[in-house]
Each structure stands twice: as structure tokens, then as C-alpha cells.
Design a protein around this ligand. Structure first.
Ligand SMILES: C[S@@+](CC[C@H](N)C(=O)[O-])C[C@H]1O[C@@H](n2cnc3c(N)ncnc32)[C@H](O)[C@@H]1O
Length: 213
């Protein structure tokens, strides 16, 4: 069990080698996988348990793959990312949006729209994560859930300083801290790393926004 304190994260942790607009970096589609097949399988299997059937799902920082179980039927799968061609090729999505979360951390969806949100192997690129997760507490339903999957690969010039500097365990604590600062509750860490493959570190939380009302 990790103790989560409300600590302000130093600004320099969010700096990047390449501070130019993200739209340029993601202009060309990348039809590649960012983790090994065994790790993808472990993530898909986790989603199968974590996401209720018939859920409305928001996949943030998405691409041509969402890693959702194929046999599961979801009511809605909205995906948001930086490259239109990648998003258009995602056959699990019911709708797509190109939106730069570093430029505008406010999520372009109505309040109380989603049961579950997922972010896979991309959290290291957010420069204003707490603002994004605060906005997420509005678009998620009460007690809606978030699942953030981390691994160890990154685009070095676009990953924030924290993901270069901190150890894996510290990176997990940082992501848990993002959720705490944004108002999530029941924040947990689960290690689902398969043997001899890319690691899979999962942070989950529950929307705490309407908890006291
Ligand atoms: C390593 S890829 C991971 C894609 C996908 N989630 C997966 O599991 O394969 C990183 C993704 O983060 C998205 N991304 C990076 N910066 C972003 C930003 N500023 N706003 C929104 N999405 C961003 C990109 O569109 C890209 O698809």
C-alpha cells in the first residue's frame, strides 16, 4: 500500500527536450505497437475484468489500437489522440477526436458521459496531467473509473523530465499523485507485467468528484 500525500509536483518535472507543438511530432501516422504482444495480451485481459460490459469507454491518448477485448461489447468507445489517420484505423472506436491535451487539457465531451476511461502507455507525454484528470472527473460519471497503463518505452524528446529522471516505482507514485490531486479516490497500483516481456504497471482510481454531495 502506497501512502499518498498531497504534494505539489515541481514545475521542472513537466519540461521536455522538444517543447514545440505536439501536432508536428504526431503529423505522420505510426502504425506500430508500443509494447510486446505478451504485454498487450496482459493489458487486454485486464481490461476484460476491469471494464463492465455495455460500458461507455473513453480511450485518451489513443491511436489505431485500443487493446480492448474483441469479444466484449461496449455501448460507446470514444477515442482521442493526435493523428487522424491512426484514429480512423481504430476498429474498436465508435467515434474519434483529434485533440491536443497539452494545448487544451479540457476534455471535449459532455459531463457525466463515461463509465470508464483508459490511457495506455502514453501518460509520460502529458505536461498538464492534473488539469486533464480534473476535467476527466467532470466527463466521467459518479464513481466512474480510470485505468492508466504504464510501461518503460518512450519517445525521449516528448516525454516529460520526470519520466527520464524517476525510477519506475517513483513514476507509478507520480501517476497516483496526479489522480489524488485531481480528486480521484481508491487509487491503486497493480503490477501485471508478464515474464520476459515489457513491464505493465497499472494505476486505477474511482471518480471522487460527487462523493460528498
Ligand atoms: C506511445 S503512443 C500510444 C498509443 C496507444 N494508446 C497505444 O496503447 O498504443 C502515444 C499516443 O499519445 C498520444 N498523444 C501524445 N501527445 C498527446 C497530446 N498532447 N494530446 C493528446 N494525445 C497525445 C498520441 O496520439 C499517441 O497515439
Amino acid at each position: 500500500m502506497r501512502k499518498l500525500l498531497m504534494i505539489k509536483i515541481p514545475e521542472h518535472m513537466f519540461r521536455r527536450m522538444d517543447e514545440s507543438e505536439d501536432i508536428n511530432f504526431y503529423k505522420e501516422p505510426r502504425f506500430v505497437q508500443h509494447i510486446d504482444q505478451l504485454t498487450i495480451d496482459a493489458l487486454t485481459s485486464f481490461y476484460g475484468e476491469f471494464i463492465p460490459r455495455q460500458a461507455t469507454v473513453l480511450d485518451l491518448m489513443s491511436s489505431w489500437v485500443s487493446h480492448l477485448p474483441k469479444e466484449n461489447q461496449y455501448k460507446r468507445v470514444a477515442i482521442l489522440g493526435m493523428n487522424a489517420r491512426e484514429l480512423e484505423a481504430n476498429n474498436q472506436a465508435t467515434e474519434i477526436k483529434v485533440h491536443d491535451l497539452n494545448e487544451d487539457p479540457k476534455l471535449p465531451y459532455s459531463e457525466n458521459s463515461f463509465d470508464t476511461s483508459i490511457i495506455s502507455v502514453s501518460i509520460q507525454y502529458l505536461t498538464k496531467p492534473v488539469a486533464v484528470f480534473s476535467s476527466l472527473t467532470n466527463v466521467l460519471k459518479e464513481n466512474g473509473q480510470i485505468c492508466i497503463a504504464l510501461s518503460h518505452r518512450l519517445f525521449p524528446t516528448k516525454a516529460i523530465y520526470a519520466f527520464h529522471k524517476l525510477t519506475p516505482s517513483e513514476r507509478v507514485s507520480l501517476v497516483m499523485q496526479y489522480l489524488k490531486l485531481a480528486g480521484f479516490k481508491n487509487i491503486e497500483f497493480i503490477d501485471k507485467s508478464p515474464k520476459n516481456s515489457d513491464p505493465l504497471w497499472i494505476v486505477t482510481g474511482i471518480n471522487g468528484k460527487h462523493a460528498q454531495t
